[in-house]
Design a protein. Sequence first.
Length: 363
Amino acid sequence: MAGPVSRRAILRGATLTAIGTSVARPVRAESATDEPPRAASSSAVAIASANGLRTVSKAYNLTVRRRYRPASAAVQGVALVEADPNDVTVGYGGLPNEAGVVQLDAACMDGPTHNAGSVAAIEDIMHPAQVAELVMDRTDHVHLVGPGARQFAIDHGFPPVNLLTDRARQRWLAWRAQRRNDDRLAPLTDDPSAETDHRAPTRPWGTIHCSVVSPQGDVGCCTTTSGLAFKIPGRIGDSPLIGAGLYCDNEVGSAGATGRGEAAILGGAGWLVIERMRQGASPVQACVYTLRRIAEQSRRAASWQPALWDVDRPAYSLTLYAVRKDGSYGAATMRGRPGETKFAICDHRGARLEAATVVFPTA
Ligand code: ASP
């Protein structure tokens, strides 16, 4: 058995749809440092985006106390947020696409087997991360999309449900009435008199990423989202793409992203964070390096898509999270006020929020 996890535990982790309760510990904000403290007694740690405080607590406890493999612990941890109607960026209650349909993206990756599973643009399924885990465990594939992913889920016992809450529907109706930004760009033209419309991407973004290190130093991760609000139907972001919205390597660590998915895809964000850590960078250093690379790419892209660039920095949000198998951890965000962007972390000291390092700070 690779690691302390039985196949039964793997399948239990993969097919549970009931949402357990987990107790969030007191929130404690700390300022970011370049070298965050390591867990002293064990490498076990769970990191997530700021909406994952309960997630990291649950994932940490599952891997430490119940010996779940890290990928399954992450998948079960994010289930709390997938089922939460108040988080409009993930799962049930997520904001729909421009046609008013909720389409979800999710993926998970397992360090010890270097395997991954993913579903994209899946409809009517509350726990896409669990379906992604089944794709990983029960198929020879990595990605399933659209109706095929939905049918795969139903075949495995996931009940189809209406994911569009009243609240999300009202926000969609309000957006549709104004229709300030629908992601379509004007065609490229040399005609200087041609009207172009490069409106800033002002709609809400959001997702949950969770990376976990087990007490044995194995790693795994998961990212799940309803994606960019009011997106073009069929659009998928970085969250279901291995190497973009998440990546792990059991020799190194685990990483993931939230924010503008297109930037994370074009920069190979998750993969690059892992490669930097492989070369010796700390988690924070690897995240900062990757964000700087992506910023440079966006500066070039801004020549044809000016809305991506804001004077001297990217105009969008992107946050990266990373853990090394030794239990060190960190996160960095592209822009914002220092201390504003938080991430959730749980180790032997409990669950808390800490501040991500800001690459382009604003006053
Ligand atoms: N990364 C997600 C996507 O592009 C959205 C987000 O994290 O805000 O779909």
